[in-house]
Design a protein around this ligand. Structure first.
Ligand code: C2E
Ligand code: CA
Ligand code: CA
Length: 699
């Protein structure tokens, strides 16, 4: 519906015909026209501006035939032209229509009713087609300027369109490509198999839905150049919803894909040695297990840890250490088949996966070969380095059927190889497992023991063997494990020492014992020297002495009420720094006792060198005191020595009246043991402080 008044240009030299047209158009009820009438073509050409439609007689005084149409159409192709003619001129009029005129009418047979309708719809059609043209132009420009390639096909799969990017990716120009089957223009293969990839547009048409390209798709350009592409195809529908073709949008992902490949390589390889890392090893192992189970084959995992690598790293620097690891990586590589995997787990740990192993001894042969290869000196910078390794071996399926179990057991076996003397290999044995699993589980829960407040101290009195009075107390740690109940220190102190947890645990023991001793004093009980056990790992940790000082200050316990029980092993190690630590402790004013005396080297000479206040005779000697004359001899000697060196001597593990009697006989000043009291919780110990231990033996 055209509501505004439309300007019509009428070019007609036939006055009667012009009159009829003017009448018909101006009397129209539906449409509103404003007609300008001229008689010559030249006049018409001057009035084109603002004209919605032209009605023209092709035979005019100044222009005749098709030329009249051409002159108008050339200047204003967008204005619809209706040709007026006589039946004799019909051929010319038809020619004009072919050239772009909208239609023609016989001027003698004009219908006053139909003419306005014909002119109106002609104007509307022209406006629509103009809009469509613009729309198409806009789409064209858009499609050529976006970064993606766009292609379309008709329902039979023939190419109907390509944008500029699609032209450059396929190597086909739009004009060449149109009408060709899609497969000719868009040659895509699966990057992995090189098989032709399914045609996504055909699929989109067939299934009438959007389909994504198969992953890892490669487009082969007309000249053979390949690029990785990615994207999707969608069906095109007509007004009724019928599929009429498909459009596909894709882009070159070669750069992105190369980047992904590089990143995944980096994520799967160790940057130092370029060997597969633990991630990739895990994949390979899982894959190897799957294959071996299908073909009922064996495979072996060799877990290698270098012996004393840390020493080289510390003394020669990590650059030399790194080179050595690279050298080890290369050696390992020469020892295995190309199908086997050599990987670096991190640090100085390597894992070798042997694919085809007929019998377990084959793995031993490989392990021996590896150890041999490692032993050869490594030339790094000017250094000729010697290194050995320890290898743990597991085989599939004998030792486990999943990657995690195999790796764990190989690790255990490696530890055993280390323990049994390094530069050797060990097959996994089931006993190893029990111990190691037990250990690991304890270690795991021990990590949380402090924060979960599962640790507590028991107290055992030290007795003056002459009077029966209490001379001191030893604090002994207990772990209240949520599932296992009370765990004695013998089951977890060694673990805590190995994994370093002994340091925070020891600090807790120290402050708890000091706090408790101070609390008893504050409660008015007889002041007692509290002894705690210090492992050599704690003593060697930096800042031990200052930690002691800080805790004494915090708890307000006088240093003379704290005794530290050390072991001989600590005194034996690195005597220079040992002496410094002990000196520092003595300066604080705490007492030092030597625990478990007699079990280690028991050299009397170093006892003299260190500022030791007391010696505790190990309970193994006390136990056999009544039956073994040798033990009795040692005990007497220690008592005599203590007297001459002015050290207190404490006999541990006194359980019986007889033992006590012998100790008293030899003048042993102090004793500790079940005979007097078992170690007891703090509340119970308070009773002992108040009322004393049983005193029958001293009556
Ligand atoms: P230790 O220092 O030689 O402690 C004496 C051990 O002998 C204690 O065992 C005690 O309960 C036990 N005992 C005492 N009297 C008798 C007796 O008459 N007969 C027998 N058979 N045993 C007796 P416990 O408490 O199991 O501690 C074992 C070891 O754990 C301690 O030996 C000590 O080396 C270590 N330990 C205990 N608490 C700590 C601690 O807080 N820190 C550190 N680093 N080690 C600790
Ligand atoms: Ca002790
Ligand atoms: Ca002891």
């Amino acid at each position: 519906m055209i509501s505004m008044s439309q300007r019509i240009l009428l070019i007609q030299d036939d006055a009667a015909a012009a009159k009829a047209i003017l009448d018909a158009l101006s009397n129209s009820i539906d449409e509103s026209f404003q007609v300008q009438w001229v008689r010559r073509c030249s006049e018409g050409l001057e009035r084109l501006a603002g004209t919605a439609a032209i009605l023209v007689d092709l035979f005019l005084p100044d222009s005749r035939g098709i030329e009249t149409f051409d002159r108008l159409f050339r200047v204003a192709p967008q204005i619809p032209i209706l040709v007026l003619c006589t039946p004799q001129e019909e051929e010319t009029a038809k020619l004009a229509v072919q050239c772009g005129a909208q239609d023609y009418l016989f001027k003698a047979r004009l219908d006053a009713y139909l003419l306005p309708k014909a002119v109106g719809s002609m104007i509307e059609r022209a406006a629509n087609s103009e809009a469509l043209f613009e729309e198409k132009e806009r789409a064209q420009v858009t499609l050529n300027s976006i970064g993606d390639a766009v292609m379309s096909t008709d329902i039979s799969g023939q190419v109907t369109y390509l944008n500029a990017i699609a032209e450059s990716l396929t190597g086909w120009s739009k004009d060449e490509a149109i009408g060709h089957p899609l497969e000719d223009v868009l040659r895509i293969v699966n990057g992995a198999t090189r098989e032709p990839a399914p045609n996504p547009m055909a699929l989109a048409i067939r299934e009438n839905k959007i389909v994504a390209l198969t992953p890892n798709c490669i487009l082969i350009r007309r000249d053979g150049v390949e690029s990785a592409i990615e994207d999707s195809a969608a069906p095109i529908h007509d007004r009724r919803g019928q599929v009429t073709g498909a459009v596909m949008v894709f882009h070159d992902v070669s750069v992105a894909r190369a980047m992904i490949l590089k990143m995944s390589y980096l994520a799967q390889h160790d940057s130092l040695t370029d060997l597969p890392n633990r991630v990739l090893l895990n994949d390979r192992l899982t894959e190897a297990i799957a294959l071996s189970s299908r073909h009922e084959r064996k495979l072996a995992v060799l877990f290698l840890d270098l012996d004393r690598f840390k020493h080289i790293n510390d003394s020669l620097g990590h650059i030399v250490g790194d080179r050595l690891l690279q050298s080890v990586g290369r050696r390992l590589f020469t020892c295995v088949r190309s199908s086997d995997t050599v990987s670096r787990q991190g640090g100085d740990e390597f894992v070798v996966l042997l694919w085809e192993v007929k019998h377990a001894p084959d793995a031993a042969v490989a392990a021996e070969k590896i150890l041999q290869a490692l032993r050869e000196p490594h030339l790094i910078d000017q250094h000729e380095l010697h290194i050995t390794g320890s290898i743990g071996i597991v085989t599939y399926p004998d030792d486990g059927t999943d990657a995690e179990t195999l790796m764990k057991k190989a690790d255990f076996a490696m530890y055993h190889a280390k323990e049994t003397g390094r530069d050797s290999y060990q097959f996994f044995k089931s006993e190893m497992n029990v111990q190691a699993i037990e250990r690991q589980s304890l270690e795991g829960s021990l990590r949380h023991a402090i924060e979960r407040q599962e640790l507590l101290l028991y107290y055992q009195p030290k007795i003056n063997l002459a009077t029966g009075g209490m001379t001191g107390v030893e604090a002994l740690i207990r772990w209240h494990h949520p599932q296992r109940g009370l765990v004695p220190p013998g089951q977890f102190i060694a673990i805590a020492e190995e994994c370093g947890l002994i340091v925070p645990i020891g600090r807790w023991v120290l402050s708890e014992a000091c706090r408790q001793a101070r609390a008893w004093q504050a409660a008015g009980l007889p002041p007692m020297c509290v002894a705690i056990n210090i492992s050599s790992v704690e003593l060697r940790a930096p800042g031990f002495a200052s930690g002691v000082r800080a805790i004494l200050r915090e708890t307000g316990l006088e240093p003379r009420y704290l005794e530290l029980e050390l072991t001989e092993t600590f005194l034996m190690q690195d005597s220079r720094s040992t002496a410094e630590v002990l000196k520092e402790l003595k300066e604080i004013g705490v007492l030092l006792a030597l625990d478990d005396f007699g079990t280690g080297y028991s050299s009397l000479s170093y006892l003299k060198r260190f500022p030791i206040d007391a010696v505790k005779i190990d309970q193994s000697f006390v136990r056999d005191l009544t039956t073994d004359p040798d033990d009795a001899g040692i005990v007497t000697a220690v008592i005599a020595m203590g007297r001459s060196l002015h050290m207190r001597v404490v006999a541990e593990g006194v359980e019986t009246r007889e033992q006590l009697a012998i100790l008293q006989e030899h003048g042993c000043p102090q004793g500790q043991g079940y005979y007097f009291s078992r170690p007891v919780p703090a509340v119970e110990f308070r009773q002992l402080l108040e009322f004393g231990v049983r005193s029958t033996a001293f009556a």
